[in-house]
Design a protein around this ligand. Structure first.
Ligand code: C2E
Ligand code: MG
Ligand code: MG
Ligand code: MG
Length: 289
């Protein structure tokens, strides 16, 4: 059909406006295929949650972490979230994935807690999750049943999610906020940064996007922007997390700028639960010496 559609559009003399071409068809096929593979992967337990430690600069301790989803397929290998999250979002599978993920995160909190560590866990919430009242209610109930203090959980959302305002969103935001759950703005600086939304949706923290961090020391403009974001956040009493910190130079510069939290490969990559527990245990032991 794609070929015929192309042929006909050529015949009509509109060479530049194809309705449907073979590359679009491949995209659609790929999407369908990935959706069904994801469904199978979820049912067969091929998804995992990795945890990336986040350093509290003032305390010099890893007091937070971010939960990041991993899909390790026996026949496809490692598939990156950049590839499967948009598919999950579009197909609605993100609701199932998100519910599963939050249960894993709650279990991980308990494991660390029973070992004597009290860590804050950040979860990424997608627009579809945030736009669903039943899904949000279910999350709230699941958190209550887990017995985990709400202030130990942070929900990461993007600026664009808050920009496109609607009643369901504000209802969900208020319900989660009322539970004392924390909010963080992910990838800060890549959206509109029309920080007006902060008045309606107060957040506990913001995460400076890693594209700014990687430009630090390279582009003077990036350095200035990072500095301005940190100062703005301080004024608004919002804490700042720098994401994607890979070098000592970046870390030192951010420390000088009074950045509150650091996340990045410089300290640790996202890792499975067991490794994460070990990582925290080793660092806390160092502190006791
Ligand atoms: P994000 O929420 O901004 O997560 C941070 C990403 O930066 C992660 O990529 C992390 O592995 C990566 N990262 C951390 N430190 C460094 C560093 O020093 N250098 C570099 N180059 N990268 C670093 P990842 O795990 O591939 O996830 C990509 C995106 O997929 C996430 O971006 C998030 O938007 C989404 N995602 C991942 N897991 C989930 C999930 O469970 N639910 C939802 N809704 N989205 C998720
Ligand atoms: Mg995130
Ligand atoms: Mg993100
Ligand atoms: Mg981010």
């Amino acid at each position: 059909h794609a070929d015929r559609a192309m042929h006909e559009s050529k015949k009509s003399g509109r060479n530049t406006m194809y309705f449907f071409n073979s590359s679009m068809r491949n995209e659609a096929d790929k999407y369908m295929e990935l959706t069904s593979a994801m469904r199978t992967g979820l049912a067969e337990g091929h998804f995992q949650v990795y945890y990336q430690p986040i350093l509290d600069v003032a305390l010099q301790r890893f007091t937070r972490c971010e939960a990041l989803c991993r899909w390790i397929s026996p026949d496809r290998g490692f598939i990156s979230p950049g590839e499967f999250i948009p598919v999950a979002e579009q197909s609605g599978l993100i609701l199932e994935l998100g519910s599963w993920l939050s249960k894993q995160v709650f279990a991980c909190y308990h494991t660390l807690n029973s070992n004597g560590y009290d860590i804050n866990f950040s979860l990424n919430r997608s627009p579809l999750e945030f736009n669903s009242i039943p899904h949000t209610e279910q999350f709230i109930q699941s958190r209550i049943q887990s017995g985990i203090p709400a202030e130990k959980i942070t929900l990461e959302i993007t600026e664009s999610l808050l920009m496109s305002d609607n009643n369901i969103k504000s209802r969900n935001f208020n319900a989660l906020k009322q539970e004392q759950l924390n909010f963080s703005i992910d990838d800060f600086g890549t959206g509109y940064s029309a920080i007006n939304y902060l008045r309606k949706y107060p957040v506990e923290s913001l995460k400076i996007d890693k594209s700014f961090i990687s430009e630090m020391g390279v582009s003077g403009q990036a350095d200035t922007l990072v500095k301005v974001i940190i100062q703005m956040a301080k004024t608004l009493e919002i804490s700042v997390v720098a994401e994607g910190v890979e070098t000592r130079e970046q870390y030192e510069a951010l420390k000088k700028m009074d950045c509150d939290y650091i996340q990045g490969f410089y300290f640790a990559k996202p890792m499975p639960k067991e490794d994460f527990l070990q990582f925290i245990a080793e660092h806390e032991k160092e502190l006791q010496i």
